[in-house]
Ligand binder design. Structure first.
Ligand SMILES: Cc1cc2nc3c(=O)[nH]c(=O)nc-3n(C[C@H](O)[C@H](O)[C@H](O)COP(=O)(O)O)c2cc1C
Length: 325
């Protein structure tokens, strides 16, 4: 399949693996890229710019295909060394960056100068237009279904994607709720040039996370995510568990008086506990509603090959077959 996204990133299939904290390590990024998609290393999971440079170097030993780095700009008490991370990416020769969170305007001149293609992930048409205006090459349009931070507008992809198609000139991929060939074909029909998947790629053989997490995703239904931190305007869609139940109880009890410090026990340090040690009740970890569509743990290659083969069947068989002569 050839789309503006495959052309932009020099990849075989229009499928991107979104940045995921403590999941997007070299094992997963290289597996997705080797399978013909675009794998992404999650920049901030690496504690220092030097660690990120080492992780990129490690990924290069595992694939000779293009891969990228996710750089997330979220509000934080002590901001990470962003200039250092950007420098590490540029010096490594990586040519694709997924930005997310705040507007990446400050970093655009450096990234563009280095010939890096920037795909900005955002949850609204207005933020997508802003990203287009500052020179981003593509957008990852993240609908309300998504795992992670869906923003505060609550617009699902059946509306958000065609709205993005109405307004954007640059290509975009559909993100949030994407799992299989049906997702891909629907996304293309709504004007996207590909799709970005997060949760689906966690339940793969190569995802370097504890098996408990993969099994929890397979066991979960579309009803098993919760939105937390709404009152802090930092909404996150997470997998329900005992830690999340505790967090929600605190949110109910404290209402608008809730402060980040009140829930720090359920959100800070949770990722290493869950992803590395498999402590499933540790607290809030991002997970999409798409868990309800995930029933197996294939290799990234089997997953992507299956999606592309079934997409052809849907387009050539099901859809074309519906057209009257
Ligand atoms: C466990 C997990 C961690 C994530 N961490 C990040 C992150 O650090 N930065 C980011 O931009 N997006 C992050 N995301 C969002 C994904 O990149 C992607 O946009 C999202 O998962 C898409 O929705 P889906 O899960 O329905 O596929 C994370 C998602 C998950 C499931």
């Amino acid at each position: 399949m050839k789309t503006r996204i495959t052309e932009l990133f020099g990849i075989q299939h229009p499928i991107i693996q979104g940045g995921m904290h403590f999941v997007g390590l070299a094992e997963l990024a290289s597996a997705v890229s080797n399978a013909g998609g675009l794998g992404l290393i999650t920049g901030l999971t690496q504690r220092t710019p030097e660690d990120l440079a080492a992780e990129i170097a490690r990924c290069k030993t595992m694939t000779d295909k293009p891969f990228g780095v996710n750089l997330t700009f979220l509000p934080s008490v002590t901001p990470p060394d962003y200039p250092g991370y950007v420098r590490a990416i540029i010096d490594s020769g990586v040519k694709a960056v997924e930005t997310a969170g705040n507007n990446p305007v400050k970093w655009m001149p450096m990234l563009k100068e280095a010939g890096i293609k920037v795909i900005h992930k955002c949850t609204s048409v207005r933020h997508a237009l802003k990203a287009e205006s500052i020179g981003c090459d593509a957008i990852s349009v993240d609908g309300f279904e998504c795992g992670g931070h869906p923003g505060e507008d609550d617009v699902p992809n059946f509306i958000l994607l065609p709205r993005a198609a109405e307004e954007l000139k640059i290509p975009f991929v559909a993100s949030g709720g994407m799992a299989d060939a049906r997702s891909l074909v629907a996304a293309l029909a709504m004007g996207a040039d590909g799709m970005n998947m997060g949760t689906r790629f966690m339940a793969t053989v190569e995802a370097p996370i504890h098996d408990n997490v993969k099994q929890a995703i397979v066991a979960a239904t579309e009803l098993d995510t919760r939105l937390v931190m709404r009152s802090l305007r930092n909404t996150e869609r997470v997998m329900v568990n005992a830690g999340v139940d505790r967090l929600i109880e605190k949110e109910k009890a404290l209402g608008s008086a809730l402060k980040f410090e009140d829930i720090i026990g359920e959100v800070a340090g949770v990722y290493p506990a869950v992803m590395q040690k498999g402590e499933m009740d540790a607290g809030a970890w991002s997970c999409g509603m798409v868990a309800g569509l995930i029933h197996d743990i294939p290799t990234c290659k089997d997953l992507i090959d299956r999606i592309m083969a079934e997409a052809t069947q849907i387009i050539r068989g099901r859809l074309e077959g519906m057209l009257a002569d």
